[in-house]
Ligand binder design. Structure first.
Ligand SMILES: N[C@@H](CCC(=O)N[C@@H](CS)C(=O)NCC(=O)O)C(=O)O
Length: 222
């Protein structure tokens, strides 16, 4: 892409902006980070809603164009920087699998995590909250079991090559762990351990103030 084009990522640390942030860093993009202060509900301000009517984080602005939805933003970054091959090209047999896994992550695991973390949005009865959270944790575990199965034979989600799906999964795994002590996903754990060594993951965690030692401890169920 034209390196003069201004890229702005509206983010909040360790939110759904994390995966797009990994990608922008991985492709050496010249980007600006704009903090959306979630503590003061800045994602619901008139100026932010003008960019993202859903009032959610993240938003990516490319030149004059604003786009929202984390997975869509990730695909857009992959396409703006094709030389980094974070997404298989048209005709590559892994391309449909890229879409399959990215959609599975965002439509299933991310959606389940949203219910887990915002249970009050899914009921009008305060007394339901505990039950929603515990039922949802079971659903998240079922989803992680499918992912663990895929990683039993593959170094990365798509095989032997890192893709945007892996950065997306890292973000969601970070929100999913720790799991109940009886649950273990050995292939997923080994994979996350490998991803923790990726320079982009280390650098972006540092920028966002995410303590990598703490993340590692969470992955180990501590
Ligand atoms: N499907 C959206 C979900 C984004 C989302 O829910 N972001 C959360 C932070 S992780 C947020 O903005 N929460 C604040 C709110 O809902 O008001 C995406 O992937 O971009």
């Amino acid at each position: 892409m034209d390196i003069q084009t201004q890229l702005k990522l509206y983010y909040y640390p360790n939110n759904a902006s994390l995966a797009p942030h990994f990608l922008l860093h991985h492709v050496n993009a010249n980007y600006e980070l704009v903090l959306v202060d979630k503590k003061s509900d800045a994602q619901k301000s008139q100026s932010y809603l003008a960019l993202n009517p859903a009032g959610r984080i993240p938003t990516l602005v490319v030149g004059e164009q604003a786009i929202f939805e984390s997975a869509a933003i990730c695909i857009h970054i992959c396409e703006l920087f094709p030389q980094y091959q974070l997404m298989p090209t048209l005709g590559d047999s892994n391309r449909p699998l890229f879409f399959q896994w990215l959609m599975f992550l965002t439509n299933t695991l991310q959606a389940q995590l949203m219910v887990r973390y915002y249970p009050h949005r899914n009921t009008e009865q305060q007394s339901d909250i505990f039950s929603i959270v515990s039922a949802q944790e079971q659903r998240i575990i079922e989803t992680l079991a499918i992912i663990n199965g895929q990683l039993a034979k593959n170094r990365y989600l798509l095989g032997d090559k890192l893709s945007a799906c892996d950065y997306f999964l890292f973000m969601l795994a970070e929100w999913s762990f720790p799991l109940p002590s009886s649950t273990s996903f050995p292939y997923l754990s080994q994979y996350l351990e490998r991803l923790l060594c990726e320079p982009t993951i280390q650098a972006v965690c540092e920028i966002e103030g995410i303590d990598i030692a703490l993340v590692q401890a969470k992955f180990h169920g501590i």
